[in-house]
Design a protein around this ligand. Structure first.
Ligand SMILES: NC(=O)c1ccc[n+]([C@@H]2O[C@H](COP(=O)([O-])OP(=O)(O)OC[C@H]3O[C@@H](n4cnc5c(N)ncnc54)[C@H](O)[C@@H]3O)[C@@H](O)[C@H]2O)c1
Length: 271
């Protein structure tokens, strides 16, 4: 069965970057699209473009950090299209700075969007997918920062490790129900995430403390790939029902080194 044609895909963070490219890629494959984002103007542009291309599409203003908004999104999606099959919990923000210097507001903002946003997506959509009994796929956007702890990204890493852990568990739970689960873990992707993350921080989580120093030049490793190429990888992962979606060849060596460090931790046990 074609996982895209005639199916309904919900994409949070669909107003730009990776989310908008996921929506474009699914629409090109014949899916109906529900965009969800806090940025209504950005979403409206993507919606108009997809509609002009012949897609059935709607957009619903949603702050994923609020459970009741995600529940309203799920209800609205089902009301509009009858069911939901692909759920991309993709909305996210970036946070930089060393942990000891991170204001408490950074934790709340980052976990609110990156962690709770995904939890809300799972809570509000997965029971519906199960009740429908029509299969489907959940894609949670984490990051390479969800697979390796990185200096300058500690708060962000915590939010993304949580997403990887819950997605690995969800994959095991939903497999017997014929529902695929993937976790997207890119390194750097060409999007406006840094600017958006500053602009979108709610007033009550703006810290009085000076912002932590930005990472020094060269601290962020790896090449930069396009959001289009990332969306292609996600489409393939859905087709092939693959759990991990990696995007950069450089990831292999970094993950090997992590695995080697874990392996080395057993040396003491041998004697
Ligand atoms: N760009 C990268 O280098 C990179 C790398 C690894 C992982 N990621 C992850 O990819 C995902 C998408 O990021 P992107 O790079 O496309 O950034 P982006 O800023 O271009 O897109 C993110 C979208 O999410 C929306 N958003 C932010 N907070 C929201 C909220 N509370 N509720 C609903 N929508 C909200 C923004 O308005 C924006 O349209 C994020 O989860 C991010 O952490 C990005």
């Amino acid at each position: 069965m074609d996982p895209f044609r005639g199916r309904v895909a919900v994409v949070t963070g669909g107003g730009g970057g990776i989310g908008a490219e996921l929506a474009r890629a699914f629409a090109a494959r014949g899916s109906k699209i529900v965009l969800a984002d806090v940025d209504e103007a950005a979403m409206a542009k993507v919606e108009a473009e997809l509609a002009a291309g012949g897609a059935a599409v709607c957009s619903i203003r949603t702050d994923v950090s609020k459970r009741e908004r995600v529940e309203a999104l799920a209800e609205a999606a089902v009301q509009r299209f009858g069911s939901v099959h692909i759920v991309c919990n993709n909305a996210g923000i970036a946070t930089f700075g060393e942990i000891v210097k991170s204001p408490h507001e950074d934790w709340e903002f980052t976990m609110g969007v990156n962690f709770w946003g995904v939890v809300h997506g799972v809570e509000c959509f997965v029971p519906r997918l199960l009740a429908q009994g029509e299969g489907g796929h959940v894609v949670n956007t984490a990051s390479m920062a969800g697979l390796v702890g990185m200096r300058w990204l500690g708060v962000y890493c915590a939010s993304k490790f949580a997403v990887v852990g819950l997605t690995e568990a969800l994959h095991r739970e939903l497999e017997p129900h014929g529902i695929g689960v993937s976790v997207l873990c890119p390194m750097i992707v060409e999007t406006s995430i840094n600017e958006n993350s500053v602009r979108l921080r709610p007033a009550h989580l703006r810290s009085q403390a000076p912002p932590p120093a930005p990472p020094p030049t060269g601290a962020m490793k790896g090449g930069i790939v396009s959001a289009v190429s990332v969306a292609k990888r996600v489409v393939r992962a859905i087709e092939e029902r693959r759990l991990y979606v990696l995007t950069h060849p450089e990831q292999r060596e970094i993950l090997r080194r992590r695995a080697a460090r874990l392996e080395a931790a057993f040396e003491d046990l041998a004697g």
